[in-house]
Design a protein around this ligand. Structure first.
Ligand code: NAD
Length: 247
């Protein structure tokens, strides 16, 4: 579904991002995965190459909160691979806790990665996509971007902003042939969820209409659809993949 396409995936070293990288590679794309450190990027590349030595995959680790660094990195990818067809802004962090104890610096940290990095990467990639007259920008939102949550207000706030960027950029960039969409995962089986004690997880699963947590591959499938030409007339959409928990 993505034969001949070049994709950049942030937060591609583990969890949902890793599943997206693998799904894109299995569908014929060349992928540049982006992580926070060289060590974690190398580890992910090693794992992918062990699965399939033919994968066309490489890695980068710019500071996503720094526009100049992001721009240089995106420009180098374009120079090396000739184009950028797909950008997935997936890197993200969260933190729970009451507003009474919430530190200003923690709120800023979440905003820097979950929102500013989406702006930085989208701006740097859109320049090339406009020249190509085509491109796809996809963002990882969250089910908490629809109704918020009762703890850790910074995270849902950041994902509401991701939805805002998605809708706004879809309207602004459509004329340049660029589609912009987001996927809003529900509770998804990543390291974070695996660490949740059964006593907490069980009632959570009971509250989900499909009675199970999502797998990273469930989310990656939605990204594949939105990245592909099958979604050629889909833009500005926030696609929930949450077992009907919030959708
Ligand atoms: P994860 O912690 O397993 O992976 C996060 C990824 O982001 C890693 O690849 C990490 O290297 C990267 N990252 C973290 N800080 C970074 C930084 N400063 N610079 C560059 N990269 C950085 O998380 P995940 O659960 O796979 O989450 C991926 C995305 O999905 C996030 O945007 C998250 O908000 C969203 N999400 C996750 C769930 C869930 O249940 N797991 C639900 C809804 C939304």
């Amino acid at each position: 579904m993505l034969k001949g396409k070049v994709a950049v995936v942030t937060g591609g070293t583990r969890g949902i991002g890793y599943a997206i990288v693998k799904k894109f590679l299995d569908n014929g794309a060349a992928v540049v995965l982006c992580g926070s450190r060289k060590e974690t990027v190398d580890k992910a590349l090693e794992k992918l190459k062990a699965e399939n030595s033919g994968y066309e995959v490489s890695g980068v680790w710019p500071d996503l909160g720094n526009y100049a660094e992001v721009e240089e990195c995106i420009n180098q990818i374009k120079e090396k691979l000739g184009k950028i067809d797909i950008l997935v802004n997936n890197a993200g962090i969260s933190a729970m806790g009451s507003i009474y104890d919430y530190k200003e610096k923690d709120f800023k940290k979440i905003m820097e990665l979950n929102v500013e990095a989406v702006f930085n990467c989208s701006k740097a990639a859109a320049v090339h996509m406009r020249e190509q007259k085509s491109g796809v920008i996809l963002n990882t939102s969250s089910m908490v971007s629809l109704y918020g949550q009762a703890s850790g207000c910074g995270y849902p706030a950041s994902k509401f902003a991701v939805n805002g960027l998605t809708k706004s950029l879809a309207r602004e960039l459509g004329k340049d042939g660029i589609r912009v969409n987001a996927v809003a995962p529900g509770v998804t089986r990543t390291d974070m969820v695996d660490a949740v004690p059964d006593a907490v997880l069980k009632p959570l699963i009971e509250s989900i209409p499909l009675k199970k947590v999502g797998e990273p591959e469930d989310v990656a499938n939605a990204f594949l659809f939105l990245a592909s030409d099958m979604a050629a007339y889909v833009s500005g959409e926030i696609l929930s993949v949450d077992g009907a928990a919030m959708s």
